[in-house]
Write a protein that binds this ligand. Structure first.
Ligand SMILES: Cc1ncc(COP(=O)(O)O)c(C=O)c1O
Length: 375
């Protein structure tokens, strides 16, 4: 299976994750460490402290919890552990990941309602307010910050203000924004924020991260509907012994520690955001020139991931386009929209403006090879 591994050439991933990571992040995984090794325990502690620092909050106000598994495991842990036994969730949906939160609540048999908006539409704040006003049973409100389905940025500050006014808990899926978009947890009244090691933090996949307002977290003891995905218990374990309750993904955490060090060296969230913005602007300019149109309007689009409409030419075959680009070492991503054919290009990960320019160049070549009329 791996007899040709020496000749493998890493492709550049313009995807929403897994994404391109630095060689140095991957290299630190070439180590074995016991889960009770003092070195490992101190790395975990440093990661937890650094996550609070990235979020610009103090220990004691907020707590950082690491969960084994991909982003969905962190979301599922948070859905299942933060809604009280007789509570109810309101899920604001304008894409696949919002839909997934509602699905998780349904599977866990948690009472939940959703407000569903089209994928290119910002949630209606008045409707959210009215829903909270009319339904006192709702205890937790969920929204996705950057809905990776399209790249739309949802108004977490405005929603947070309403949630606070109605005294409910505020849960935010910031999977694809944390680390590259500044998020003020306190200003936004966020009680629980879920993110991933493998998006803007530029580490490898395998763990999800939750930032919890301590006061709110302490109230959730005994709420969990799962043993392994018990957020409170996971925090208690990390806090009291410094250890994970169950086998930790050692190498993945080593990589995360390194990735966080590299985020600091880059200049933090603002500098990373600046690089992604430059990637995005380069991409948009180039795609416009080629003749591609983006799906979202400018006021709704973020700079993390962008959805582009298929060209009008009926000869365009996305699978073929994808395959040919892949053969050139460029990996883009399929779309996930309910009614329109789109593909996505991520501008996150260890990529820069030059990588985007190379991708644009290969796209142009590929369209010519495929004889696609872009006019
Ligand atoms: C906003 C958002 N939420 C949740 C997830 C799920 O994460 P994972 O695929 O790592 O389980 C993703 C993945 O892309 C995401 O973008």
């Amino acid at each position: 299976m791996y007899n040709d591994i020496e000749s493998w050439k890493d492709k550049i991933l313009f995807t929403p994750g897994p994404l391109t990571t630095s060689r140095t992040v991957k290299e630190v995984m070439l180590r074995d460490l016991g889960s009770r090794d003092y070195k490992f325990i101190s790395i975990v502690q440093e990661i937890r402290n650094a996550l609070l620092e990235i979020a610009n909050v103090k220990k004691g106000e907020y707590e950082a919890i690491i969960m084994q598994g991909s982003g969905t495991f962190g979301v599922e842990a948070t859905v299942g552990s933060t809604v009280p036994p007789d509570g109810k969730a309101l899920v604001i949906v304008n894409g696949a990941y919002g839909k997934r939160i509602k699905q998780i609540a349904d599977v866990l048999k948690i009472d939940a309602v959703s407000l569903v908006y089209h994928e290119n539409q910002s949630p209606n704040l008045e409707e959210i307010e009215l829903t909270l006003k009319n339904d006192e049973k709702i205890t937790n409100v969920w929204v996705v910050h950057c809905e990776t389905t399209t790249g739309i940025i949802n108004p977490i500050t405005e929603i947070g203000e309403i949630v606070k006014r109605y005294g409910r808990k505020y849960n935010v899926d910031a999977m694809s924004s944390f680390g590259a978009m500044p998020i003020d947890l306190k200003l936004n009244n966020i009680d629980f924020l879920v993110t991933s090691a493998n998006k803007c933090l530029e580490s490898v996949p395998g763990c999800s991260l939750v930032l919890a307002k301590k006061e709110s977290l302490l109230k959730t003891e005994g709420y969990a509907r799962s043993l392994s995905l018990d957020l409170y218990d996971q925090w208690k374990g990390l806090e009291t012994t410094g250890q994970f309750r169950f086998t930790p993904p050692i190498q993945i955490l080593l990589a995360l520690g390194k990735a966080i060090e590299e985020l600091k060296n880059e200049g933090g969230v603002e500098s990373r955001g600046k690089r992604y913005k430059e990637n995005y602007e380069t991409l948009l300019k180039g795609m416009n020139k080629i003749g591609f149109k983006k799906y979202l309007s400018d006021d709704l689009a973020g700079y993390i991931i962008t959805s582009f409409l298929y060209p009008n030419d009926p000869a365009f075959d996305f699978e073929e386009f994808y395959k040919r680009l892949n053969e050139k070492g460029q990996v883009i991503y399929l779309g996930k929209l309910s009614d329109i054919q789109c593909f996505r290009i991520g501008t996150l990960g260890r990529i820069n403006k030059n990588d985007i320019e190379t991708l644009l160049h290969f796209m142009e070549d590929t369209l010519i090879e495929m004889n696609i009329n872009m006019r």
